[in-house]
Design a binder for this molecule. Structure first.
Ligand code: DHB
Length: 368
């Protein structure tokens, strides 16, 4: 019966420069439904996927259309920060939950009381890395970030924490978001001769960065590469070659994470037509897990306020490890892993070698 179907509107960049994010998340969401069925608490769940091409005006228009004309009860996806920002007013006006599966600027969850998140925040990933660097003989760093909100978050988090630990920031460089030419920036890094370069680039851009890191001879000059795990994204890591080996990153998900939940996830992702899932896919899978559990808790009541109440304090075992939703901020709390790129049976992986447990978004913790 039509009234017993809960429609989830999944809005993603399926075309354009960030299409890999859309492909990873949509495959994972479909894999979740294939594994867990399309019925929750006696209610049928239907996923409606639409492509916003990575254009904020499109995200907003599609969100509006889904809520008003299609009766969508939950909005989900949001592959980039500007896309999440654009849709936030729709969630507030329509009182429809918005599950951010990808975008990772700290302030996104503050843009509407109907927003929750299953990806991560840049400060959450970055602060542990700044500590690791200071503890591991790195004293001079140049930061290189994509010049938009999550990059600024990463730069601020790294610079503040690394300085707190007694480190020195030689220079902070911001590069264009889409199709940047890293060569001139990396030449500047080489000339500055830091111990390490800290990098944040969005998912999919890491290959271009690595190639220039190699071509500019930074590794040969003894400059270490460290970053959030976005740069060694599992989707493209295996094709990066030897230059990626030894790169240290911090992040919430690695395809090499050893757990039964991750094995199930990876198999389901393959069965749904994917190859190796990356952290975007983990955000998509967990976003569906959150929606299913919320519906379970409300007994199928899909009204926005009921679902938002249900998600607060929710805990579950994700393919990445244990996660929960902070009841105050509606943001995700999760372990942050230290990883090194290594060859595992002939393929490159982010191999975890330590973690900080149950990390809350430090940017919000500092404000509250
Ligand atoms: C964002 C996008 C990414 O691809 C990523 O890896 C991290 C953050 C963003 O736009 O918020």
């Amino acid at each position: 019966m039509a009234q017993d179907t809960v429609k989830i509107g999944l809005i993603l960049p399926m075309t354009g420069p960030f299409a890999s994010t859309g492909r990873q998340i949509s495959t994972a969401a479909e894999a979740y439904m294939a594994t867990h069925g399309d019925e929750v608490a006696g209610t049928k769940v239907e996923l409606i996927l639409e492509d916003d091409g990575g254009v904020p005006d499109q995200t907003k228009r599609i969100a509006q259309e889904m809520v008003v004309n299609e009766g969508v009860k939950v909005l989900a996806g949001f592959g980039l920060t500007p896309l999440a920002f654009a849709a936030a007013p729709i969630a507030t006006q329509a009182k429809v939950p918005m599950v951010v599966m990808a975008a990772a600027t700290s302030s996104i969850t503050e843009k509407s009381p109907f927003i929750t998140r299953t990806s991560f925040t840049l400060p959450q990933a970055t602060v542990p890395l700044a500590r690791w660097a200071a503890d591991n003989d790195i004293s001079k760093v140049v930061t290189v970030v994509a010049d938009y909100a999550p990059g600024i978050d990463a730069e601020n988090a790294f610079v503040n924490e690394f300085k707190n630990q007694g480190g020195e920031i030689v220079e902070s460089i911001r590069v264009p978001v889409a199709n940047p030419d890293f060569a001139p920036f990396l030449q500047r890094v080489r000339d500055a001769q830091p111990d390490a370069v800290f990098v944040f680039v969005p998912s999919g851009v890491g290959s271009a960065f690595m190639k220039q890191f190699q071509d500019r001879g930074l590794a040969d000059a003894g400059i270490k590469l460290i970053g959030t795990g976005d740069v060694t994204d599992d989707d493209i890591l295996n094709d990066m070659g030897d230059v990626a080996k030894g790169v240290i990153t911090t992040h919430h998900y690695s395809a090499a994470h050893e757990s039964a939940e991750n094995d199930t996830f990876k198999q389901a992702f393959k069965d749904a037509g994917g190859d190796r899932p990356n952290f975007m896919a983990a955000g998509g899978w967990d976003g569906m897990a959150l929606i299913y559990q919320a519906l379970e808790k409300t007994g199928g009541d899909a009204s926005g306020p009921a679902l938002m109440e249900a998600i607060k304090g929710m805990e579950w075992e994700s393919p990445r490890g244990p996660v929960s939703i902070d009841p105050e901020t509606r943001d995700i709390v999760q372990d942050m892993y230290y990883r090194e790129v290594k060859d595992v049976d002939g393929e490159l992986y982010n191999v975890e070698f330590g973690k900080e447990e149950a990390v809350k978004d430090p940017a919000k913790a500092a404000k509250n």
